[in-house]
Design a protein around this ligand. Structure first.
Ligand code: ZN
Ligand code: ZN
Length: 326
């Protein structure tokens, strides 16, 4: 599925088989999860996407062809392709273990064609092996919702009481990880969304409520998954001294002003950006031990627009996954 300009819908189009360069693998895609970032790109909220573009950066498939320099994968291996598609390896960020901040980074389904397709090529150094415990469809949401959610969780330090604002694909995975690690999860949903609150409870949340509610205890940290800037000062008000609010999304509406006393006491506001390969390796190691259960809703590839609208309207429980007919 391709789009030619922001705010247009995706169209099915025959594209030539992508060429496999020496460092690349070519996958036959079996599934690709739908991320909120795809929606931001399609809606024109992120600058300068490659156009025309095939979106999708939570890709699971099998290796069909290997470039001559690739040693870590073989034909037939099950491989995952994440958002981070390429980094320079030379800038100060790459050289200090922060390749997620690379000045010249390229991202799958944004600067590079992604996985809303039957075939995709990727730089093998940025691909992951998928643990055997996960079926293809269940594994797809791990590759961004899981992985970047996990980076956000680690950014929080070691919180005993963790708030999650916006209970979609990422939160439903991170709730399970946090619960497994013995943290008490406070799940904040859209006010009145009792369906999602029940869902959060089932996944281990110790307290559930609307984003307009005050939790019964102070939080040590909160992660904001919803693209709503107004939630940052709201979460900040519920923090214990020394606590942190982490914004995990790539795009957010403006953050309203708030009194300095809410930040006082060494509280912090920050964002996480992208992922490092190390985040991926650590998360894919811990995920089968929990084991993380992803809640997915499958759509055939040609219904990508429908999947995106359902996400835009907040009408999904868990993650939408496009499933290719192979
Ligand atoms: Zn770099
Ligand atoms: Zn994503």
């Amino acid at each position: 599925m391709v789009f030619d300009a922001p705010k247009q819908s995706l169209r099915l189009r025959d594209t030539p088989q992508p060429r496999t360069d020496p460092g690349q693998v070519r996958l036959r895609v079996s599934s690709c999860a739908v991320c909120r970032t795809d929606l931001h790109i399609v809606d024109g909220e992120l600058p300068d996407p490659k156009l025309p573009l095939i979106p999708g950066h939570e890709i699971v498939g099998r290796v069909e062809e290997i470039g001559r320099d690739v040693t870590q994968f073989r034909k037939g291996d099950r491989v995952g392709i994440p958002w981070l598609g390429w980094t320079c390896g030379e800038c100060k960020f790459c050289r200090s273990g922060r390749e997620n901040l690379c000045d010249r980074a390229r991202f799958t389904g944004y600067n590079i064609d992604g996985g809303y397709a039957e075939f995709v090529v990727a730089d093998a150094r940025f691909c992951f092996s998928i643990p055997d415990e996960f079926e293809d469809v269940a594994a797809a949401p791990l590759l961004c919702a899981g992985l970047i959610g996990f980076r956000a969780l680690r950014k929080c330090g070691d919180p005993k009481r963790l708030g999650l604002y916006g209970f979609g694909a990422a939160a439903h995975i991170i709730c399970q990880v946090a619960h497994f690690e013995g943290r008490k999860v406070f799940a904040f949903t859209r006010p009145g969304d009792t369906e999602t609150q029940k869902f959060a409870k089932r996944l281990g949340a110790g307290w559930i409520g609307g984003s307009d509610e005050t939790p019964p205890e102070k939080l040590d940290a909160a992660i904001i998954f919803a693209p709503v800037g107004a939630l940052m000062p709201v979460a900040l008000r519920h923090l214990e001294k020394g606590g942190m609010v982490v914004s995990a999304g790539i795009h957010m509406s403006d953050i309203p002003a708030f009194p300095y006393r809410d930040l006082w006491g060494e509280r912090a506001l920050c964002s996480v950006a992208n992922l490092t390969r190390r985040d991926g390796e650590e998360f894919l190691k811990i995920a089968p031990r929990i084991p993380v259960k992803t809640e997915t809703e499958a759509f055939p590839l040609e219904q990508a627009n429908e999947a995106l609208s359902r996400l835009r309207e907040g009408k999904l429980n868990g993650a939408a996954v496009l499933v290719m007919e192979n």
